[in-house]
Design a binder for this molecule. Structure first.
Ligand code: FUB
Length: 697
């Protein structure tokens, strides 16, 4: 018996077979290969990046678009498929296959998806709105009729809620229009406003006509960064590029700023969304780069970018690699089979056990999951599978589809495509971080479906070394992100071990450093842990570094607690280490972070370890600085005062002495340090006060 989903048209079969014959590539853009997706609308909610897309039917020769899909990621490389979250069939008033661009926004715990459709009764285009309680739906038409429209101008809604709570819905081709949404988000006040289409606002179209004098075409995307409002849009006619304008208010006056992404990539349209996630900025767009792709069979891709210091956006190219992975996948928790970096040949479908499952698996199909951290090693593998036929095998490889084979799991028939059973097998040779490949093998026809998978073994946490995590920055940033203005990136310019480290730059304040959220599954309030990190800077003679815990206390206030401090001499690695740090008894929402004293220097971080208490961590062996003990003889006394005074006047004998004399950790020795030392020696102070940027201002 065939699965219902397998009633496919000849055209679909043709494209599916094309997709299943793509070579073994490691490209990670476009982000979805199971469907043609277009018009991406990213949304960050609950520390997860969601992307809503429209959906080009396989083999389309026009914008034949039945529904909207949703995908999510926490690492920007592996995307979990949430399937179809809304369809034209959910709108009683809509014409078939007219489900064009959409955008979702959250307000007061509800999710509002604004969509473009053709109203069957009137023709033209209109904007509808659907509501859900969860970002992945199910969404329901909120009104039973269009929110606004119809005419051709009513396409491509973009929605934005300003700081004062006023929501704006912009849309339009080739004019740009907006309405002010009411707080209920499903009605609006006042009239539809048309933005004046001046060339100062949207650039000059060289071959323009009466309706197209500016570069603006369609697909607006509105957001605010700092005090500036950005309008990003498809421009220049066919083929479209992406341009942007900025304004001091959400309704203009807009000033044209230039091109972000030139046309290309095999699609004559483009349509983008921009969002910040975990301290980085992302640009989602579409092209025609998937096999069988083109102007009506488009695919969503993503690029990471950094704003220029003046807030302008750099010109971006379409890459096959996409953004850097921002955290490794934990294989020791249940992972959805439809969490995919790249696949060949498979499809996804709604799963009877909830969510989606991987389906239509045939001999030789595969799925790549990027950047999986096996830690100390996996010994077992379990997957939930179903098969109305006789099953097959899941062959498991590291690093490539023909890489190291770490196990093979046999799958038998389960009596139905949605009759789920767990199968397990032994695993060997999976340690550390690798790309993971599931290759499906068996006879002819469809083999089996997979709902989820999970590894087990010594690599589960804490691992055999007692580590909860060991961020080596060899393949990913392992969930470390910039704090404040700081930007983090894996770099091979410096490393303590391996080939790379985390580079922390663009720090506008000393508290702008690198941060990583701590999972409350492993890090428990009142319990004691080892924390260690290696830091290095090559800009100043020495810089004081702090490793701290940010947490929310019982009163809901944010608190900052020091875990370890060190001084890093220029060009040398220094260790931040505390083998017995107790997490405060009322701590929730914890982040461990690394910052500096007064300095805003860029710095490198490597080998960050969080482990069971009293775990030995091999450090860099760099110099150890004991604060105020300037002669480093183990005592703080009048000799240190004499050394401090002399050092101030004549210079210090070495960097260790100078760093020790920097009592307030301002990254410089000054009279203020000597005063603190005097007060300490006279018994007026029993501890040293650390200088902060705030205190200094
Ligand atoms: O996807 C259908 C249309 O193509 C969108 O509404 C436009 O923005 C263009 O991407």
């Amino acid at each position: 018996m065939k699965k219902p989903l397998r009633i496919l048209t000849a055209a679909v079969l043709a494209v599916t077979s094309m997709l299943s014959h793509i070579p073994t590539v490691h490209a990670d853009n476009p982000i979805v290969q199971t469907n043609y997706t277009a018009d991406p609308a990213p949304m960050v909610y609950n520390d997860t990046m969601y992307i809503y897309t429209s959906h080009d039917l396989d083999g389309s020769t026009y914008f034949t678009m039945p529904d909207w899909k949703c995908y999510s990621s926490t690492d920007m490389q592996n995307w979990t498929d949430h399937g179809t979250v809304l369809s034209y069939t959910d709108f009683s008033w809509a014409e078939e296959n007219t489900a064009w661009a959409a955008q979702c926004i959250e307000r007061n715990g509800k999710f509002y998806l604004y969509v473009t459709l053709v109203p069957a009764a009137t023709g033209g285009r209109a904007i509808g709105v659907a509501v859900a309680d969860h970002p992945a739906g199910p969404f329901k038409d909120a009104l039973g009729k269009p929110l606004c429209g119809p005419n051709w101008d009513y396409i491509d809604p973009t929605v934005f809620i300003d700081d004062d709570g006023q929501a704006y819905l912009y849309f339009g081709n080739p004019t740009l229009n907006y309405v002010k949404l009411n707080e209920d988000m499903i009605s609006y006040s006042g009239q539809v406003n048309q933005i004046e289409m001046t060339t100062a606002a949207f650039g000059t179209r060289p071959d323009g006509d009466e309706r197209h004098q500016t570069l603006y075409e369609e697909g607006p995307w509105l957001y605010k960064r700092g005090e500036l409002y950005y309008m990003v849009y498809a421009a220049s006619g066919i083929p479209e590029n992406i341009c942007y304008s900025t304004s001091p208010t959400p309704t203009g006056p807009w000033t044209f700023r230039g091109v972000i992404m030139p046309s290309g990539g095999g699609s004559f349209t483009n349509h983008c969304g921009i969002v910040d996630y975990r301290g980085k900025s992302y640009f989602a767009y579409h092209n025609g780069k998937l096999p069988g792709g083109g102007g009506f069979t488009r695919s969503v891709a993503i690029e990471e970018f950094t704003y220029h210091p003046d807030g302008t956006i750099p010109e971006l190219s379409m890459t096959d690699e996409g953004p850097a992975q921002i955290e490794a996948v934990d294989p020791y928790i249940r992972n959805e089979a439809e969490k995919i970096c790249w696949e060949s040949g498979v499809e996804t479908e709604k799963c009877s056990a909830g969510g989606m499952n991987v389906a239509n698996i045939e001999n030789g199909d595969y799925i790549k999951v990027k950047g999986v951290d096996f830690g100390g090693g996996a010994t077992g593998f379990t997957a939930s599978v179903a098969s109305a036929e006789s099953g097959g095998q899941i062959e498991i490889y590291l690093d490539s589809i023909s890489g190291t084979k770490i196990g093979t799991c046999d799958v038998s028939g389960t009596g139905g495509w949605q009759n789920w059973e767990e199968v397990s097998c032994e695993i060997s040779g999976a340690e550390g971080e690798h790309d993971l490949y599931f290759k499906y093998t068996g006879g002819s026809g469809f083999l089996f479906n997979v709902d989820w998978w999970q590894f087990s073994g010594a690599g589960s946490l804490p691992n055999a070394d007692g580590h909860y995590f060991n961020s080596t920055f060899e393949k990913s940033e392992d969930s470390w992100t910039g704090r404040g203005s700081a930007v983090t990136a894996v770099t091979d310019k410096a490393s303590l071990a391996g080939e790379s480290s985390l580079y922390v730059s663009e720090r506008e304040a000393s508290w702008n450093g690198a941060t990583k959220k701590l999972s409350t599954t492993h890090f428990k309030k009142g319990e004691t842990y080892t924390f260690s990190a290696e830091v290095m800077q090559d800009e100043k003679l020495f810089v004081n570094f702090m490793m701290k815990l940010q947490y929310t206390d019982a009163d809901g206030e944010t608190q900052y607690d020091t875990i370890a401090t060190t001084s890093a001499v220029k060009g040398q690695w220094a260790q931040l280490l505390n083998q017995s740090y107790t997490i405060p008894a009322d701590a929730t929402e914890m982040e461990v972070y690394i910052e500096t004293g007064m300095s805003r220097t860029s710095f490198y971080v490597d080998e960050v370890i969080a482990a069971l208490p009293d775990i030995a961590v091999d450090g860099s062996g760099s110099l150890t600085v004991r604060k105020a003990d300037i002669d480093q003889n183990g005592k703080v006394n009048a000799f240190d005062l004499a050394f401090a005074k002399r050092g101030l006047v004549k210079g210090f004998p070495d960097l260790a002495a100078e760093a020790a004399a920097d009592i307030d950790e301002s990254d410089d020795v000054s009279v203020a340090d000597v005063v603190q030392l005097v007060q300490f020696l006279m018994g007026q102070k029993d501890r040293f006060v650390i200088m902060t940027e705030e205190a200094a201002e």
